[in-house]
Design a protein. Structure first.
Length: 97
């Protein structure tokens, strides 16, 4: 019911934001001053899309949620799954675009 993607560059983040804005309209956005995290949100039917930029760590993340199921669960809990659980192997990661 959820997919998480880590991005490696600000350029990837910018291209995705541009594409989602074009496809789904201007994003709803929020900025958490404490965590220095910018979050952009779109919705397409039952799918929620989040694009996050965490300025403090330089991380970029993309998440898709299937709303009927994700509303029953805590999305923040899912996003805090340890990276080793979903991380690509070193060989696969080097092949990622």
């Amino acid at each position: 019911f959820a997919v998480f993607v880590k991005m490696h560059t600000a350029a990837q983040f910018a291209e995705l934001k541009k594409a989602f804005d074009a496809q789904y309209g201007a994003a709803k956005s929020s900025f958490n001053t404490q965590s220095k995290q910018q979050v952009y949100r779109w919705k397409d039917g039952d799918v929620k899309i989040k694009l996050k930029k965490i300025e403090a760590t330089g991380q970029f993340k993309l998440a898709f949620y299937y709303a009927p199921l994700s509303t029953k669960l805590n999305e923040e809990r899912l996003e805090n799954i340890p990276p080793e659980i979903y991380k690509l192997s070193a060989d696969q990661e080097s092949e990622a675009p």
